[in-house]
Design a protein around this ligand. Structure first.
Ligand code: NAP
Length: 250
């Protein structure tokens, strides 16, 4: 098998960094995309230290030109990408009556517009290769979550987007699936802890009590699911949403 190339967005830290490292360990060359190229160095260096191939690329996934440039750099430096993990994400939580238009637009732009722009740019290479894998990060918040009207709408949108890509791209041997994580320990959930006046460890311990398996999730838990969806063996699995939440829903 020739070496495949993957793009993982929002891969400077958290879930994206773990997915990038896991895909590199699985044998793919990985473009580590995040807002600021400098912030990707830890992920890239960790992959190289483990004898993997990676390049760090700075791009805002919500910007059409920056997405085109990031995909072209991937082609030039690693080879045409046929695996895409749309992971970049932000939170702008607020109750509906306090949610600004900027909070709404920012979240919808990064998650939905970002996944759309990246997928549209990468599918060209997947269709040409007649093989591809797209993995989109949804969330248990897609089922509704207080204070997250923008994020819940975006994450539910990711599920409809995923199923549509599965239908449109299936004939080219391209699968599209979504992972809906529950509570995962990252900077995103640590920031939520600080916003509600708790230490992250305290917040994580409280969250663990509500989760059937009795612990919070780790980025590696999500990377394992992404690894499966990207594998050769998962070629007949498409349009699915896998809740990785320590129970039926967190
Ligand atoms: P995180 O630690 O906040 O990391 C997200 C990364 O995305 C950051 O490096 C961030 O860069 C980057 N990013 C933000 N906007 C971007 C943009 N426009 N273009 C490129 N990169 C951008 O988040 P995480 O917890 O690992 O979450 C990763 C994904 O999983 C997100 O889609 C999130 O919604 C989803 N998720 C997380 C959880 C959880 O419990 N953590 C649960 C369900 C779903 P900056 O640092 O520069 O902002």
């Amino acid at each position: 098998m020739t070496e495949r190339t993957a793009i993982v967005t929002g891969a400077a830290r958290g879930i994206g960094a773990a997915v990038a490292a896991r895909l590199a360990a699985d044998g793919y060359a990985v473009a580590v995309v995040d807002l600021d190229e400098g912030s990707t160095s830890a992920t890239v260096e960790a992959i190289r230290a483990a004898d993997g191939r990676a390049v760090g690329i700075g791009a805002d996934v919500a910007d059409e030109q920056q997405v085109a440039a990031a995909v072209q750099r991937t082609v030039d430096e690693l080879g045409a990408p046929t695996i895409l993990v749309n992971n970049a994400g932000i939170l702008r939580d607020n109750l509906l009556f306090k949610m600004s238009v900027d909070d709404w637009d920012a979240v919808l732009n990064v998650h939905l517009r970002g996944a759309f722009l990246m997928s549209r740019a990468v599918q060209t290479h997947q269709v040409a290769a007649e093989w591809g894998r797209i993995v989109n990060l949804s969330s248990t918040s897609a089922l509704g979550n207080r204070g997250q009207a923008n994020y819940a709408a975006a994450k539910a949108g990711m599920q409809g987007f995923t199923k549509t890509l599965a239908i449109e791209l299936g004939r080219y041997n391209v699968t599209a699936n979504a992972i809906a994580p529950g509570f995962i320990e990252t900077e995103m959930t640590a920031a939520t802890a600080r916003r509600v006046g708790l230490e992250p460890e305290e917040f994580f311990a409280l969250a663990a009590k509500e989760i059937p398996v009795g612990r919070t999730g780790t980025p590696a838990d999500i990377a394992a699911a992404a690894s499966f969806f990207c594998s050769e063996e998962a070629g007949f699995v498409s349009g699915q949403v896998l809740y990785v939440a320590g129970g039926p829903r967190a």
